[in-house]
Write a protein that binds this ligand. Structure first.
Ligand SMILES: [Cu+2]
Length: 135
């Protein structure tokens, strides 16, 4: 493991802890609705920024009941002129609260990301796409 990898991992662990501790004060970055689910992406600042970011994903039914969606992934891609798309994958793990997931993701630069959230659980599979600015 390179030293930079270890640093990124340490930052990710610390950020996850910070997000967990400040759960009550989270601001919504994006709310996305599908036929079966409402997905909310939240963070402490309500924004994604260049560098490492902690976030929370919350899944509910359309009527607001917590929705356990099993395994969740989040990836973000940015198209830049003359370059292959920049793709960043998040680390996502379930919180103790059903339907709640804690994640970390790191962005090397600013710009709008096309975000894909996918899930696969007892209630079925699904995915949704939306864009999020990285400032
Ligand atoms: Cu880029």
């Amino acid at each position: 493991m390179k030293r930079t990898d270890a640093t990124v991992m340490l930052v990710a662990v610390v950020l996850t802890g910070v997000v967990a501790a400040w759960a009550a004060d989270l601001k919504t970055i994006q709310t996305q609705k599908t036929k079966d689910a409402v997905i909310m992406l939240k963070s402490e600042s309500g924004q994604w920024r260049q560098g490492p970011n902690g976030f929370v994903l919350e899944f509910t039914t359309p009527t607001g009941q917590p929705l356990d969606v099993g395994k969740v992934t989040l990836s973000a891609s940015m198209t830049m002129p003359g370059m292959a798309p920049m793709i960043a994958g998040a680390t996502v793990s379930p919180d103790k609260t059903p339907g709640r997931y804690l994640g970390t993701i790191s962005f090397p630069d600013g710009g709008t990301r096309q975000v894909t959230v996918a899930w696969d659980g007892p209630g079925g599979k699904g995915s949704t796409r939306f864009s999020v600015p990285v400032r």
